[in-house]
Design a protein around this ligand. Sequence first.
Ligand code: PGA
Length: 251
Amino acid sequence: MMLRKPVFAANWKMNHGPTDAKAFLRTFLVHYARRADRTVAFFPPALTLPAVTDALRDRSDILVGVQNIHWEPKGAFTGEVSAPIARDAGARLVLVGHSERRHIFGETDEQTGLKCAAVAAAGLVPVLCVGEKLDERERGMEEAVVVRQLRAGVARLQPGQIATALVAYEPVWAIGTGRTASPNDASAMHAVVRRVLKELAGERAAHIPVLYGGSVSRGNVAELISAPEVDGVLVGGASLDADGWATIVRA
Ligand code: PGA
């Protein structure tokens, strides 16, 4: 048995309302029959989530999550969605610390820690996103940045909770740019992530999928997922088209 099944996760960002999502899934499900050797997940906008969970009601093999939550379970936080609300609406996974949250909306390391804890407390699974910016890589700081983000993100989780999380390494310079990390660079950073996870969660860390994200396409997905230590992909732009995404998840 494979220790870690490859994970193919679609991050739709601020794309696809309920109507588009239903049409997308009608096409996608025709092209993607249930497969035991991989996991497929969708991260639609929060308001699209019920349409997606409804379209997938006969496909419990496909997971659904939200792209962000607030760390408080409820209260006067206009415009926010909490982990318990996301769970009630059918989410099982939550992206935390996506680079757009960090760099457009100013999310801090400390906040990613609070969010992962809130996700775990609600019985959901955090997908902690980490990744360095171009200038950080140029200054040779990529490892230090990723390790700092990783430690802060899981700081409030028990080792057993860390062991059930997912991590996505997404170098910021590769997101939406058409520039992908080489399989070697991805493998090297994934090995660093795995080492830190092992230090924090012990042998159980061997079960944590570490995904790569950043300009993954149907042209490069096979090479990336066969790279050592790469357990799957988190895909933005190339997940928006149903036929293209079905090709990627069959890689
Ligand atoms: P991209 O985005 O595939 O469009 O580069 C990936 C992500 O931001 O998760």
